[in-house]
Design a protein around this ligand. Sequence first.
Ligand SMILES: Cc1cc2nc3c(=O)[nH]c(=O)nc-3n(C[C@H](O)[C@H](O)[C@H](O)COP(=O)(O)O)c2cc1C
Length: 184
Amino acid sequence: MGAEKMDLKELETLYLNRQSCREFSDRPLDGELVKEICRVALLAPSAMNAQPWRLIAVTGERRKEILPLLQRLGMNKFLSGAQALIVVAEGKNSGPMKVGAAFKENEFLRNDLGILTAHLVLAAQAAGVGSCIIGWRNEEKLREALGLGKKTLIPEIVALGYPADGYPVREKKRKAAEDVFSLF
Ligand SMILES: Cc1cc2nc3c(=O)[nH]c(=O)nc-3n(C[C@H](O)[C@H](O)[C@H](O)COP(=O)(O)O)c2cc1C
């Protein structure tokens, strides 16, 4: 497969429409679709192709078990309406990761998980599913609740669900490209 060109404007539209959804409808989200979104997102690149990750989809009643761990100081109340909470976590070392383990203490691991998260929210958007990246979390308690190892990194969680009826697409507030881009 070559580097096939796609319409950058179409991609821009996807980026513009992807936004943090903070009001979900109660429309159920098909488990197979969640799996498919994750499968596509897992095409994300990673340092040395180590793929040092795992995605844990928390759905149904089990959501309630981890919700309080994501709702600190009155924040993230809207998460109660999310249909799936995808925990983006460090995975087990395997194959190329044995070499990659040398990088475990540095930023590659965190970068890789962040890149996966970006792929996840964009894949969700492409499937017409709303999302919100959640950085507020009680990492220690989350690890316990999910039976993960004591040092397993969980940099973020991605909430998924259909946006509430009439939920508006907000205008993006971003720094102007000319202020943050330069040709050297
Ligand atoms: C690492 C990370 C952590 C975030 N944590 C939260 C969070 O805990 N709660 C929340 O409502 N939004 C959270 N966000 C969403 C950001 O506030 C949002 O992406 C940003 O304001 C830009 O808005 P947009 O996503 O609608 O374009 C987080 C985003 C990132 C990338």
